[in-house]
Design a protein around this ligand. Structure first.
Ligand code: 5GP
Ligand code: MG
Length: 436
């Protein structure tokens, strides 16, 4: 998961991309980068940290041009050289690439190029695209089409050169990518919340397998690989996307709230209050409260100036992070039987801390309710941690309940999830993370 923004045809392109990246900070906090083009030069800047750490006014002013692409990285390769967009000297027009996702045949392609003597400047899968493009004769559109016919996996991609911007989504549509408009300018982004921030109008999703080419003559759309069954990542609805975004045509907040309603139907509790785990559990908790008729109370308050806990690489730091992030309010919780609602359990360590915290603040009973099915399987496309880190991969719900020390624990069923989406199991979502 990472965040992408591209703008074409606006005098302040880099500034808009910067703002868009700000809106998409939740998709990646490891580093950020922007490349602009004024038709001649392609200035760029990349660095480690949050968007606000990487850029300042002076840097943005140096990124001159009417087009720009940017990237928020969630990479585990913690070096600035692995941050994106990557920039290459390729032919007359140069090339920059920003990539959300990974290629399942990346290591094989890397090995093949390595054997031919190719040198890589990063450890990203993205760089393979540049090699594939450089080895193919033709303009950028043909080069992109060629590269896409070779790579496999889940990706949304932005390409920029001196004359054009190209946006594409993999043929299965694993990752979200949307198209927007701002007067004469075209904007693409991972989520619509980036369009909202800059005042752009949401036009539509980029379709799975679509290659959208933006030049001074307008927009042109191609399909490289014929339609595949679409398998959009369902975890976007559970956790990844911001609630105020429209993802796959639906408002994420409403979807999460519906998950919470369904959860209340499936797993009601005789309790006094519903307490969300902020922020990710809030919409599901609201749905749960509405459906059950129990009052919603903010018994846990979040400090917003702490990074998301799970990106911290070491266990010791993560445990510390959970304490820093949330505080339980005794005035709300004392003597109460509490339904605590979160969107998902990954490792179980945060949930365990939360249950302990609620009890320490006087809660009489703690019933944990989760607005998605157990996350059992590490994502093949690199979205969630490996299976060996997922507590539900080899533990029953009862064992997990015992680990987190809750009085009861229940998850939304997979069928219930589809019911909430008013969809069926074959309606084009990837839900392998819920499979054993
Ligand atoms: P756990 O109890 O598993 O340690 O933590 C649960 C919390 O992790 C939930 O509040 C959920 O929002 C969050 N979470 C779920 N998936 C992810 C993920 O892929 N990355 C990060 N950083 N947090 C996640
Ligand atoms: Mg959370």
């Amino acid at each position: 998961m990472s965040g992408l923004v591209g703008v074409y045809g606006h005098p302040e392109a880099a500034n808009l991309v910067y703002l868009g990246l700000y809106a998409l900070q939740h998709r990646g906090q490891m580093g950020a980068g922007i490349v602009a083009s004024d038709g001649q030069r392609m200035p760029w800047h990349r660095g480690l940290g949050l968007v606000s750490d990487v850029f300042d006014r002076e840097i943005i002013q140096q990124l001159k041009g009417a087009s720009a692409i940017g990237h928020n990285s969630n990479s585990s390769h913690e070096l600035a050289q692995n941050m994106q967009p990557l920039v290459f000297e390729l032919g007359e027009d140069g090339l920059a690439i920003a990539h959300s996702g990974n290629f399942t045949n990346a290591s094989e392609l890397r090995r093949q190029y390595g054997e031919k003597g190719a040198i890589f400047q990063s450890r990203t899968d993205t760089e393979i695209l540049a090699h594939l493009m450089a080895g193919y004769r033709g303009g950028i559109v043909d080069q992109v089409k060629h590269a896409l016919s070779v790579v496999r996996g889940a990706y949304s991609l932005l390409f920029l050169n001196r004359t054009s911007m190209i946006a594409t989504r993999d043929p299965h549509g694993f990752r979200p990518l949307v198209l927007g408009r701002m007067h004469e300018a075209t904007i693409v982004a991972s989520e619509t919340c980036a369009l909202d921030l800059v005042g752009a109008e949401y036009v539509r999703e980029i379709e799975p397998g679509e290659v959208l080419v933006v030049t001074k003559d307008g927009l042109q759309s191609f399909y490289v690989v014929s339609a595949h069954p679409s398998t959009r990542c369902i975890f976007e609805y559970v956790y990844f996307a911001r609630p105020d975004s429209i993802v796959y045509g639906r408002n994420v907040y409403q979807v999460r709230k519906e998950f919470g309603r369904q959860l209340a139907r499936e797993h009601p509790v005789d309790a006094d209050i519903v307490v969300p785990v902020p922020d990710s559990g809030v919409p599901a908790a609201l749905g749960y409260a509405e459906q059950s008729g129990l009052p919603l109370e903010f018994g846990l308050v979040r400090n917003h100036y702490v990074w998301r806990t799970l990106i911290e690489p070491h266990d010791a730091i993560r445990h510390f992070g959970a304490k820093v992030k949330l505080n339980a309010q005794r005035e709300v919780l004392a003597g109460k039987s509490v339904v605590v609602v979160d969107d998902s359990i990954v490792r179980g360590t945060t949930s365990r801390k939360i249950v302990t915290m609620l009890r320490a603040a006087g809660a009489k009973a703690v019933h944990m309710r989760i607005g998605s099915p157990p996350t059992k399987c590490g994502c093949y496309h690199g979205n969630t941690p490996n299976s060996n880190e997922l507590i539900a991969s080899n533990k029953s719900t009862e064992t997990i309940r015992d680990f987190i020390a809750a009085d009861s624990l229940a998850y939304l069923s997979e069928l219930g999830m589809y019911a909430a989406l008013k969809a069926d199991e074959c309606s084009g979502f990837c839900s392998t993370c819920f499979m054993q």
